[in-house]
Design a protein around this ligand. Structure first.
Ligand code: PRX
Length: 568
């Protein structure tokens, strides 16, 4: 049995107080996500239940009960406090998916500091702009990634502590560096969490826009209300489930549903800290008897590519419910999973800014392959005419998605960028920047983004950031970055460049430029293809017409470019 009755039943009379009651939270109370995910679960008598089944590269395993993660997060929190880290200070978590990432996240929240998780594949430039924007006080990292911090440390006087969680004593620690070992530290049994309240800042996730630097999305502890209830209803998590969220906590899915949603419900989850391999993934499900699986379209398409044969080598009968997020889930992927895994993937749509799921397919609801589903109860969603910004009444006509502000997990602002935050609202609606239509049954159908941001394998990449980084390469004179269609990742990054006089356009140079971007930004932002051009298409005022290049990649009609000339 799922937690759900019919969609209509749940929407009718819905109130977020349902979650408040279940969490025994009253308006004005202290609310601390770190405490809710650990201490409260232990108080409910589940201290000895497994919270985390962790598997690292090469098959190393670790297991933590809820009491273990309670103590571990206390221990990390208390270490940070002793260093002098205070409430509201930003603490960056910059690690692969090791247990310290999950437990450190909770420890940071317990002392009322703001957790700033960053994807460990980020290069030094990506790291710097995000730490600089947040004026981060401390960073928790590992030997593998500390060299990137060292490269930029001189530019960051505000960064007081660099905490290395796997220091082996081989090389001396440098200025501001300090070692911390969860295994060797004295376990802190009793700990006074900082008394955060609903609007206290909790998590800062960075997301990329078309222009400008990445934006720090500020969330608050009250987000728990949405994350708890959506995890319960949409992921259909029950007490005896074994849940697997394949997202990295460097991104919002990995925290909202890879830490907060699941643990606030006291549910066991497993984590696999290694890259994608169809065989390894199926084995992981089989071995841990995973029941609920939250993944992403690119991973599903990669599984489809690997074929149905290798599915048969494993017993996947434990799977009860599958869900997906991050990019359009094509109808073929839903049909494939129904055929091969015996269950359809249920699409969910939301974003870093919304903090929790917005458009959903939950168990019991009719799944229409290719549709994002319907608004979660309590969410008012429309599509708006792009000109009038009034809701479109006719079914099937696409427009801009609009959400009525006010759900608990909504971002509170962009860090230090209130102006851009305000620009996301119009006519009383929050505009996530996506387009969709709504059919006669109220299902939403994604039609595209409303900006130039590239969504590659579920990761957003700002063309502006890649263009700026390209200009820092000694051979590049000008650059334009667009999305190029891709079978598995849906979109990949493609760069057009003109070279400086006298520089020869060779295949070797292309590789060098790619590598330059990978190191500076990340493997995700690295262009998969670089095309040399004698000149880039420009408007009369000299702006590069990215749209013309993009249209060419997608085989679309470019049309009359003279009309595009000055509006880019
Ligand atoms: O364009 C939408 C796309 O991903 C964007 C949000 O990306 P991010 O903030 O990184 O968060 C990703 C995980 C929550 C959206 O604005 N997107 C997300 N889910 C879907 C989607 N596009 C189509 N279908 C989806 N289900």
């Amino acid at each position: 049995m799922s937690h759900f009755g019919s969609y209509e039943d749940r929407v009718k009379d819905f109130d977020w107080s349902i979650a408040e009651k279940e969490l025994e939270y009253n308006d004005g109370d202290v609310i601390n996500i770190g405490w809710y995910c650990t201490d409260r679960i232990c108080q409910m008598g589940k201290g000895e239940k497994t919270a985390l089944l962790w598997e690292g590269f090469g098959g190393t395993e670790k297991k933590f009960t809820f009491n273990d993660i309670r103590i571990a997060s206390n221990t990390i929190g208390s270490f940070l406090r002793e260093l002098g880290v205070k409430n509201e200070d930003r603490v960056c978590l910059f690690m692969d998916r090791i247990p310290e990432l999950y437990l450190g996240f909770l420890g940071v929240l317990k002392i009322g500091a703001v957790a700033q998780p960053l994807f460990s594949a980020f290069g030094d430039e990506s790291l710097f702009v995000r730490l600089d924007n947040a004026q981060t006080t401390a960073i928790i990292t590992t030997r593998k990634h500390v060299s990137k911090v060292r490269k930029i440390v001189e530019k960051m006087p505000y960064l007081k502590h660099i905490i290395i969680v796997d220091y082996d004593g081989k090389k001396p620690l440098r200025d501001r560096e300090v070692a911390f070992s969860l295994e060797e530290a004295t376990p802190v049994e009793e700990f006074e969490c900082f008394p955060t309240t609903a609007e206290s800042p909790s998590v800062l996730h960075y997301t990329s826009g078309t222009t400008g630097q990445p934006k720090g999305v500020k969330h608050v502890h009250y987000s728990l209300i949405s994350q708890y209830l959506t995890a319960k209803w949409v992921l259909d998590l029950h007490d005896d489930d074994i849940y697997w969220c394949t997202a990295d906590p460097g991104w919002v899915t990995g925290t909202s549903y890879g830490i907060i949603g699941v643990w606030s419900l006291g549910v066991t989850q497993c984590v696999l800290d290694s890259g994608f391999s169809a065989d390894a993934w199926y084995k992981f499900i089989d071995k841990h008897r995973v029941t609920v699986w939250y993944s992403a379209p690119t991973a599903i398409r990669s599984l489809m590519k690997a074929g149905a044969e290798i599915v048969k080598n494993n017993d996947l009968s434990s799977l009860r419910h599958l869900a997906s997020v991050g990019e359009p889930l094509n109808a073929e992927a839903v049909v494939w999973s129904q055929e091969v895994l015996g269950k359809p993937f249920h699409d969910t749509y939301w974003q870093t800014e919304t903090g929790s799921m917005m458009l959903v397919n939950f168990p019991g609801m009719k799944v229409k392959p290719g549709s994002m589903g319907r608004p979660f109860p309590g969410i008012t969603a429309v599509v708006l005419d792009p000109e009038s910004l009034e809701p479109i009444k006719e079914p099937g006509r696409p427009g801009l998605i609009g959400f009525k502000p006010g759900w608990p997990a909504m971002m509170r602002t962009y860090w230090n960028n209130e102006e851009t935050y305000k620009s996301k609202f119009a006519n009383g609606w929050y505009l996530p920047g996506d387009r969709s239509s709504i059919d006669t049954d109220g299902y939403f159908w994604f039609t595209g983004r409303d900006d130039d941001v590239i969504n590659t394998g579920g990761h957003l990449v700002s063309p502006f950031e890649v263009e700026s980084a390209l200009l820092e390469h000694e051979a590049v004179a000008e650059s334009a970055v667009v999305a190029k269609p891709d079978e598995v990742n849906m979109e990949v990054v493609k760069a057009f460049v003109t070279l400086k006089p006298g520089v020869e356009a060779t295949p070797e140079l292309e590789l060098k430029i790619m590598n330059f971007i990978r190191k500076k930004l990340s493997s995700i932002a690295m262009p998969q293809e670089i095309e040399y051009m004698a000149q880039l298409p420009k408007t009369r005022s000299g702006k590069i017409m990215r749209r013309v290049l993009q249209a060419k990649e997608w085989g679309e009609e470019i049309g009359d470019t003279s009309t595009l000339e000055d509006d880019e």
